[in-house]
Design a binder for this molecule. Structure first.
Ligand code: ADP
Ligand code: MG
Length: 406
């Protein structure tokens, strides 16, 4: 669990962003029926903003006077929070802006971060409405934790910030193909998984990573793909969260220094905003020699997770927490049978897939990774959103953001 970092100021003012098209299109209705009275009783004042189109929230947050808000909260799926995080990181004052406490109320069909927060409190999994009410209470409590972000660099030079996942292959395909089943809510991933299993594919590509710790002597499923010349003594770079610099002070919202806002230029957001990726070399160069290069080039899926849940009922990374400073990297090698893959996904509902001893599943904690797809066409998703297909690399920035969690 994340260390509680502070509390949202009382009485507090929330910017509450709603995506009216998320999930079954009921986010606004869920808000009025389950959350509004809770906030009123807790003395949480809020301004409700219904987004009009994709990237509306991103633009609003990029331009907002953040001194007016104690927290930015979304009622939607993970996609709307992805907009908010990237809107903040695109600002000239990103370093301060990204410390604005964020909150999430599950109103979408992909509510993985909300499910993760609920899971970290130790509560048993509940229905979608239980999850919403649980997150509503956490929001009223207002305890702020740090949240890891991962910077994701694409071949075009674009850099995105991610709080949940990077996926390629089976999981990314299900994520996108299942959007047409949004009307069934969170069950869209189950439907999508069954459809994709029926036409299981192999994805070709190269995967390399920087392990977070020296790999222990393993029995069973081990990442046997170490490059020639692998030298374990090179792996002792512990959590590179030092990258983050000195501890940030929690911005307790009382600092309304409007003066600094006046000098902001109208120039488009600098693509170079955000912290430096000290662990990465340019995509055109080979990965550093102390990285692990996976021997296999045929995969069924590659998935990096930084929170516990991949979807409301998929506990993909049981060991993950808000600020553990690592990515939980999973890959499944080609050759796995449909039945074995189905068993893995079923086991994932309880988070016991790692104990299943599946020889085709590899799990390793990493600080950075690179994926170079060789299959000419395909889908890569970041936090469930499609990004440009091609080589991609990523690195963790431990505790870069703030999240209202239990
Ligand atoms: P879901 O969990 O149902 O997928 P998301 O929050 O992930 O819900 O939102 C789905 C997509 O809708 C995201 O790509 C998001 O950027 C986009 N979006 C946000 N607001 C709007 C809007 N007003 N109209 C259409 N799309 C929107
Ligand atoms: Mg989504």
């Amino acid at each position: 669990e994340g260390v509680v970092y502070g509390e949202v100021r009382r009485p507090c003012r929330l910017m509450l962003l709603v995506n009216p098209h998320s999930g079954r299109g009921q986010a606004l209705c869920l808000f009025t029926s389950h959350i509004q009275h809770m906030l009123t009783e807790a003395g949480v004042t809020h301004t409700l903003i219904v987004t009009e189109r994709q990237n509306h929230a991103r633009e609003l947050v990029r331009e907002a006077d953040l001194s007016q808000w104690d927290a930015l909260v979304i009622i939607s799926g993970d996609g709307l929070l992805f907009e908010v995080v990237n809107g903040l990181m695109e600002r000239d004052d990103w370093e301060e802006a990204i410390q604005t406490p964020l909150g999430i109320l599950p109103g979408g069909s992909g509510n993985a971060l909300a499910a993760s927060i609920h899971h970290y409190t130790g509560s048993p999994p509940g229905s979608s409405e239980d999850l919403l009410v649980s997150c509503g209470f956490l929001l009223c409590k207002g305890l702020v934790s740090r949240l890891d972000l991962v910077s994701v660099s694409l071949a075009s030079g674009l850099r995105l910030f991610s709080f949940l996942s990077l996926a390629w292959g089976f999981v990314a395909d299900v994520d996108i193909e299942s959007e047409k089943y949004r009307y069934v809510g969170a069950a869209r991933f189950t439907v999508g998984t069954l459809v994709r299993l029926a036409s299981l594919r192999v994805y070709r590509g190269r995967l390399a990573y920087l392990p977070a710790e020296e790999p222990p002597p393993r029995c069973g499923a081990s990442p046997q793909g170490h490059a020639p010349g692998f030298c374990s003594s090179l792996f002792c770079q512990k959590k590179a969260s030092a990258d983050q610099g000195a501890a940030h002070t929690f911005r307790n919202s009382c600092n309304s220094n409007n003066a600094t806002k006046a000098s902001r230029s109208e120039a488009p957001p600098a693509a170079s905003g955000g912290p430096a990726d000290s662990l990465l070399v340019p995509l055109e160069q080979p990965v550093p020699s102390h990285w692990t290069v996976v021997k296999e080039e045929d995969f069924v899926l590659v998935l990096a997770m930084y929170q516990s849940h991949l979807a409301e009922d998929l506990l993909a990374a049981p060991g993950a927490s808000l600020e553990d400073g690592v990515m939980h990297l999973f890959y499944v090698k080609a050759g796995i049978s449909r039945a074995a893959l189905l068993r893995l996904f079923l086991a994932m509902e309880k988070g016991v897939h790692l104990a299943a001893g599946c020889p085709d599943l590899v799990y390793v904690k990493v600080l950075a990774l690179r994926l170079e797809p060789l299959t000419p066409k395909g889908v890569i998703t970041v936090d469930g959103e499609v990004v440009e297909y091609g080589p991609v690399q990523a690195q963790v920035h431990s505790g870069l953001a703030r999240l209202i969690a239990g």
